[in-house]
Design a binder for this molecule. Structure first.
Ligand code: FEO
Length: 384
């Protein structure tokens, strides 16, 4: 795939993967992107997952058309991108590897080699000339690891953005960008909003006409749309008006209360209600929804004097990803000693900028006239 006259895509699609990074379901697979810039010198940007080394080297050889690459630029050392450094360096003994100092430390730890005699260590602001193309390196620590560099090619206006602007899904997946980019963002870099904002600020002054991330499609049109979403996500802003409800139910009575809340919210004019069953739905999707909307309702049955286990896991994910600046309400169920709301609130209190919304709804075993009225009252407050 040609991106510009001199830049070619040489990445691979992975439809064999079960869980990305050991935890994320990727029903439409994953793309590991890699690029070649062919000028007087040839530079390759990043490799791909270990299982696709032969396919990638084949793509590279096809793009080089008999030439040998001069540089392998390693923007990010996570193995989905770095796993084939050794194969590349063995295949092209005259090539040099270009990366940050931290990346070389990681290279030694992962692969037992940091190429002392064949390396160029670069940092923020350094440049590498390929001939007509000059590449400028931009430090982007914690997007998603500390060693990360972005690379900017001024001639073609291309920003190679490492994991930023990536998404789940192979390149042949026909799906909405924002949905799987949001789930990817909050799962993988959500905790590092400050650092993502800092990286966005650094590239704001550049004339970027194409974004080449390490996952997902190359972005060449309407870049403001993608950048604005990234600004919202990295600043923990509200993307969509509405309410997210995350619940755990054992016999269906708590679920009934959730359904009542959902219908009351919609009837009261709430533009969107996103409901997640934490025992059955994808946890990363539930996390994404919590960040997407401005209000979250946590609903759990009481279990062992506490909340249900999936709810604990969910709130831990939120806190671990720096969930903040949201309204949060609670509904609980308990047959003899309801305590889930108190337990949930104690965990959410670890997050910054949370406004707790009353009333807390307590259901005793099953919905009653009293608890129905409380659910309706909560819906009215949230929709108002
Ligand atoms: Fe796609 Fe952080 O690796």
């Amino acid at each position: 795939m040609r991106i510009t006259d001199d830049i070619t895509y040489i990445g691979v699609d992975d439809h064999e993967i079960d869980l990305f990074e050991g935890q994320y379901e990727v029903p439409n697979g994953m793309a590991y992107n890699s690029y070649v810039i062919s000028d007087e010198k040839c530079a390759v940007l990043d490799s791909v997952d270990a299982r696709f080394g032969s396919e990638w080297l084949g793509n590279l050889a096809g793009a080089l058309d008999g030439r040998a690459p001069d540089y392998l630029i390693v923007q990010h050392m996570e193995p989905d991108h770095s796993a084939n450094i050794t194969r590349f360096m063995d295949a092209y003994p005259a090539a040099k590897v270009v990366a940050s100092a931290k990346a070389f430390d990681m290279m030694a730890n992962f692969y037992g080699e940091s190429y002392e005699d064949r390396r160029i260590v670069v940092k923020e602001g350094d440049e590498l000339s390929l001939g007509r193309h000059t590449l400028r390196f931009i430090a982007a620590p914690m997007v998603h690891w500390p060693e990360v560099l972005f690379t900017y090619d001024e001639l073609d206006g291309v920003l190679f953005s490492a994991d930023a602007f990536g998404k789940f899904g192979a390149l042949d997946a026909d799906e909405d960008w924002a949905c799987e980019a949001r789930r990817y963002y909050f799962g993988i870099v959500g905790k590092f909003g400050k650092q993502v904002t800092a990286a966005l600020n650094k590239v704001a002054a550049l004339d970027v006409r194409v974004i080449c991330p390490l996952h997902g499609p190359v972005l060449a049109e309407n870049l403001g749309y993608y950048v604005d979403l990234y600004k919202t996500w990295s600043s923990y802003g509200v993307e969509t008006e509405g309410v997210a409800i995350a619940y755990c139910s054992v016999y269906g009575h708590t679920k009934e209360a959730v359904e009542l809340l959902e219908s009351e919210l919609l009837a009261a004019g709430c533009p969107k209600v996103a409901v997640s069953d934490l025992a059955r739905d994808d946890m990363a999707e539930a996390v994404e929804d919590a960040f997407r909307y401005g209000t979250l309702v946590l609903v759990s049955t009481t279990y062992n004097g506490d909340m249900f286990p999936f709810m604990k896991e969910f709130i831990d994910h939120l806190a671990d990803h720096a969930y903040q600046n949201r309204k949060v309400a609670f509904m609980e169920n308990g047959t003899w000693a309801p305590n889930a709301a108190k337990a949930m609130r104690a965990k959410v209190e670890a997050c910054k900028g949370i406004e707790f919304v009353e009333p807390v709804v307590t259901i005793k075993s099953a919905l009653s006239d009293e608890s129905r009225a409380a659910v309706k009252q909560l819906a009215a407050v949230l929709a108002g």
